[in-house]
Design a protein around this ligand. Sequence first.
Ligand code: GLA
Length: 393
Amino acid sequence: MRKLVFLLWATTLQAQKTEHLALTPPMGWNSWNGFHCNVTEALIRETADAMVTSGMRDAGYQYVNIDDCWHGARDSLGFIHPDSARFPTGMKALADYVHAKGLKLGIYSDAGSKTCGGRPGSRGYENQDALTYAHWGVDYLKYDWCNTDSLNAVGAYLTMRDALFRTGRPIVFSICEWGSNKPWLWASAVGNLWRTTSDIHACFDCLLDHDRWIQWGVVPILERQPALRAYAGPGHWNDPDMLEVGNGMSVSEDRAHFTMWAMVAAPLIAGNNIRSMSHETAATLTNRAVIAVDQDSLGIEGFRYSLADSVEVWFKPLARDAWAMAFLNRARTSRNATFDWRRESVADTVFNRTIEGAYHIRDLWAGADRGTTGQPLTVTLPPHDVVLLRLTR
Ligand code: GLA
């Protein structure tokens, strides 16, 4: 008995989160927002191709993630197989294809008996599924929370964390329980990112009520984030859900959405059809100066400094004593906003940083210099749009 207890104890000690993963917020693409259950091997291959030809890979997008509905059935030994009609050459061949493009492959499962789309979940098969994913060459697992009955969330996510760790393959672990169990309080030792809200919807400022659950637009999701910023950092990120850029909002709204996700150091997981995206969508998703704000090595999320006349002003501390600053216009009409540095005092009280002295100002979307913080700055904001600045010494 003592031996058994010791063994159990030793196993618990050994199993842990894989270190050195997702030191900046993960970047990639996921099938759900654009395709829902319509996932096929052809879609994944063509998307991997488009990640390269569109310049997304070179801009930093790495993971090609298959969301729900890739599953076929479990065999008599319990091993999960992909739906052979949708994935005729199988997951290993697909992973090889994606890897040969210089990209990584992600997959999706669920802690319960079934996924949200009704496919087989991992409950009771955690080790077997983790080993299967590792054998296929999977690099990222999004793990959902449907059909979990009375399961304990911390326990269920720890079980899969340990199973992934024991495979020996570094696999980014994306916790998707919609913030229901306050994962920011416990998940930094469990996963690399955790959802903070219910599912996103491609609208700027709306809630979409489905009776039993609600989808959130960009602004309501954003509102939730500042209170959680203390919990995020390199290797463990708040996840305000995947991007809806290119999925129906206006170009300004997409730009605002992308900018604010960068301001809160969100994972940048595109969710559009990148095989046929417009020039504007590609330009938004691949703006390297904006991506650099998101991917800054400090890994500190931004905070809202002020809100007046529907204009929000946000700051995000960056490495080398730099800052990002965003003006967000939530109104349906244009706004002018002025910021006078001499009258304001900007301080990040959570991470102990202040803006003092003069900074050079660079407008990241315009790609233009805007003087220094020695003079007041006035910006013009079209409806539902942003101005994003980088302040450097
Ligand atoms: C949940 C998740 C979504 C998506 C779907 C798939 O709603 O939050 O992101 O993965 O399930 O069914």
